[in-house]
Design a protein around this ligand. Structure first.
Ligand SMILES: [Ca+2]
Ligand SMILES: [Ca+2]
Ligand SMILES: [Zn+2]
Length: 326
């Protein structure tokens, strides 16, 4: 398997599973409100051939969120925040009623459960030191202190709450992902579950607004060789997990919507026509002011190119946390 061809598998899976938003009302946050069938709507092993084959290995990313879906998500979030704001004003910070399933928690103390899905012969069995290094990378990148440069403090902090090692060839290859995620996921809606697998992607994430409908599969799947010290060429600094956690926290790609408003819903990330590759200094793919945000974690650059979230992404992360994971 050529590690250099691995790309982020994006986030469409959970969306196609869970997306049933209404633009006219705040949907109930309870899991029972959704027909959570447990069906996995995104099995990368089945879309690889069609999506990756001929032209662009990232082509499946274009199946991301439609403009209409994005509009609905933003409206829903705004309504939830307004409702929680009203609740907070009554002295009930963090909301209470309708708060979905699972127990929430603070952004600055996120429990991380790492599920190491090895083969029966031990492939993919990362070390405890690598897992610790990965948690450290998350804390560096989310606090604005990347080894590659300086960014902004998102307020998010992570700690290792548990490591789970499972030997299963099928699961190691990310097959039956709904099954294995449902059977192994730990913690509440504030818990970041990371499943380390070996697939044709660097990572795949669920979004926070999908949690209520599909709580049992919430989290990120990450190519095990992308952990610090791993073998994924150009993607071995552990920043794949940073990128995927960004989705899990509610960020879109910086190229969401291309050059068109509202793009990624973040004002201080210049519009970007398409994903970057490598670290293309000076890239300027949209006429809108500003160079492409190639150093942003939510682009597709090399790990060594990444070093920042922007202030407005920090704001969005906080809002998304309040709306969906607190
Ligand atoms: Ca933007
Ligand atoms: Ca520009
Ligand atoms: Zn992504």
């Amino acid at each position: 398997m050529n590690r250099t061809t691995k790309r982020f598998g994006a986030v469409l899976g959970a969306l196609t599973c869970a997306f049933a938003l209404s633009t006219s009302a705040v949907p109930a946050l309870s899991a029972s409100a959704a027909s959570s069938t447990g069906k996995d709507c995104f099995d990368p092993t089945t879309v690889d051939a069609a999506a990756r084959g001929a032209t662009n290995p990232r082509a499946h990313d274009t199946r991301d969120i439609t403009a209409a879906q994005q509009k609905a998500i933003e409206a829903k979030t705004k309504a939830i925040l307004a409702a929680k704001g009203a609740s907070a004003s009554k002295g009930k910070p963090g909301g209470g009623g309708g708060g979905g399933t699972g127990t929430g928690g603070p952004l600055n103390n996120i429990p991380v459960y790492v599920h190491v899905m090895t083969s029966t012969s031990g492939a993919g069995d990362v070390t405890d030191a690598q897992i610790a290094a990965q948690i450290n990378v998350l804390n560096q990148t989310y606090s604005g202190h990347d080894v590659n440069g300086t960014g902004h403090d998102t307020g998010a902090r992570f700690y290792l709450a548990g490591t789970n090692r499972i030997a299963n060839n099928t699961w190691h290859a990310d097959r039956q992902s709904t099954t294995y995620r449902s059977q192994t996921r730990q913690g509440g809606k504030n818990a970041l579950n990371i499943w380390l697998v070996d697939f044709n992607y660097l990572g795949i994430a669920t979004f926070p607004w999908d949690y209520a409908a599909n709580p049992s599969i919430d989290g990120i799947r990450v190519e095990y060789s992308s952990l610090p010290g791993g073998s994924a060429t150009n993607y071995d600094l552990g920043e794949t997990a940073t990128h995927e956690a960004g989705h899990w926290l509610g960020l879109y790609h910086t190229f969401q919507g291309g050059c068109n408003d509202p793009g990624d819903e973040v004002a201080d990330t210049p519009a970007q026509a398409s994903p970057s590759s490598g670290c293309p200094t000076g890239r300027d793919s949209c006429a809108a002011p500003g160079l492409d945000p190639i150093h942003n974690y939510m682009d597709y650059s090399y790990d060594s190119c990444y070093y920042e979230f922007t202030p407005n992404q920090v704001t969005r992360i906080g809002q998304m946390w309040t709306a969906y994971r607190q």
